[in-house]
Design a protein around this ligand. Structure first.
Ligand code: ZN
Length: 482
């Protein structure tokens, strides 16, 4: 009788192990398929529920009742009360506050600027906003010649010619860049470090072209820094329209004078609060998935996109899990951070709190690119981790969130990354964000309820999957080392 060759070669003592492997593999594959099916059903339930009711927008409206929520302001305190109450009323398992010391800066009387008596135009008012942290001008303002530069290199070349003058940084955000965040990064050092660099050469103040690609009369504020070894000079953002106008006038008359008055001042730090609310995990309650935002804004608007939208989404994502009766294995926690804009105080103090002692943070995701149409997620980790998360693409494709790529997580959750937590950013269509960013235009009429809701669904879904699956140890190590 013919006996196949491989039967002679087969090591028969392996048979029980091989059989066991086949049985295990079949069961496991079935389990995976049924998990997949269950996730697909859950994703569909989330879409149906959330898109029908658009509840995130209603939560956003409530948050914005606080008005502007700048660090240390009464508006911030009002927002803490509002968001705490929203989460309590929604019946989250636990809602609480943690204190955060925040620096205090007050704009004072509105800043003023104008071109002084130009031959062609006469006196022309300029729209300006003091940058966050700026010192004041001497009382009554200053009048000075202006020296325009595009970057720090050009400033160094001019050197002493800047002495006694207003340094005018006028390099635009690069409109050719499809990625507006990259364009912002390419220009924002003028705002953050302009006063330091100009101060070195004896300039008496700084005007910085607003960080936006739009040409309009709205100035955009933002954080600036000083260096203790350099004289501190006042600094303001100027609208793009007036930056172009001033630049044009300087061509005709380089000796042109500009008047600038800033009345801002610093005050003692005060206590604000991070606001937290969660659904507790039924199996691993001390393992946490954070859904994050920052509750503070600049002082010039209600910050509908930056970052009211993110906070409404964080709360709404947990509400969605709860409404659908989904009890997560691990704890899913909304963290509404205090003072991102003026120094990331809330993010830093969160990781240092005693309350973190017995907690393990598996992952943190943040929505802080505006409440626009979501495209996917940026993963602040290795390509292996990105590959691992891409296995869930099938859940996000029906939301038209097709992009899961390496990228930034978020400002407030970066301190968690330093403790080994995987950090993830909600990626959105960024074409309109810098039209309104840090300006009085950041209002709720710029928010589309449906786009906002899609972001909520994406966050809720990823939070749920991570709460069920956790992160394999080898991947967790990757996020640590990256
Ligand atoms: Zn923000």
């Amino acid at each position: 009788m013919f006996t196949p060759r491989f039967l002679y070669d087969f090591e028969w003592f392996l048979l029980p192990f091989v059989s066991l492997f086949i049985i295990w593999y079949t069961i496991d594959a079935k389990a995976m398929v049924s998990d997949e099916k269950e996730y697909i059903e859950i994703a569909e339930m989330m879409r149906n529920e959330a898109l029908l009711f658009e509840g995130t927008y209603i939560i956003l409206e409530k948050i914005l009742e606080s008005g502007p929520r700048f660090a240390g302001s009464p508006g911030y305190t009002a927002a803490v009360d509002i968001t705490q109450r929203i989460m309590e009323d929604l019946g989250f398992d636990k809602v609480w506050l943690e204190p955060v010391s925040v620096p205090r800066w007050i704009r004072g009387e509105p800043e003023k600027a104008n071109i002084v008596n130009s031959e062609r135009l006469g006196t022309v008012p300029l729209s300006v906003l003091a940058l966050g942290g700026s010192v004041s001008t001497p009382k009554g303002g200053i009048v000075s010649e202006v020296i325009e530069v595009q970057d720090f290199e050009q400033l160094r070349e001019i050197g002493e010619k800047a002495r006694g003058k207003i340094a005018f940084f006028n390099r635009p955000m690069d409109r050719r860049n499809v990625n507006t965040f990259a364009a912002y990064s390419g220009a924002v050092n003028q705002r953050s470090r302009g006063a330091i660099e100009a101060g070195r050469f004896g300039a008496i103040a700084v005007l910085v072209r607003s960080m936006t690609t739009q040409i309009d009369t709205y100035p955009h504020t933002g954080m600036m820094r000083y260096d203790d070894t350099v004289p501190k000079i006042p600094a303001a953002a100027i609208s793009t329209f007036h930056a172009d106008l001033l630049s044009e006038e300087l061509l005709h008359n380089p000796d042109l004078n500009v008047f600038l008055e800033i009345n801002a001042f610093a005050s003692s730090p005060v206590i604000n609060y991070n606001v937290m609310g969660e659904l507790s995990g039924y199996q691993y309650p001390n393992e946490i998935i954070v859904v994050a935002c920052h509750l503070d804004t600049w002082d010039v608007s209600v910050g509908a996109h930056d970052n009211g939208a993110g906070c409404a989404q964080a709360i709404s994502a947990i509400k969605l899990l709860k409404d659908l009766g989904l009890r997560p294995k691990r704890t899913v926690r909304a963290v509404l951070y205090a003072n991102e804009e003026f120094g990331v105080s809330g993010g830093r103090e969160y990781v240092q709190s005693e309350n973190r002692k017995n907690e393990k943070h598996i992952a943190a995701m943040e929505s802080d690119r505006g409440g626009f149409l979501p495209l996917g997620f940026t993963i602040d980790s290795s390509t292996e981790v990105v590959d691992y998360l891409q296995r869930y693409s099938y859940l996000f494709s029906p939301l038209q969130m097709h992009t899961i790529v390496q990228g930034y997580g978020g400002v407030d959750i970066t301190p968690l990354k330093e403790y080994g937590t995987l950090t993830i950013g909600l990626l959105v269509d960024s074409q309109r964000y810098f039209d309104i960013h840090h300006s009085e235009k950041d209002t709720i009429d710029k928010v589309n309820p449906r786009e906002l809701e899609l972001g909520t669904i994406g966050m809720a879904l990823l939070a749920y999957v991570l709460s069920e699956e956790g992160i394999p140890d080898w991947l967790a190590k990757d996020s640590l080392s990256n």
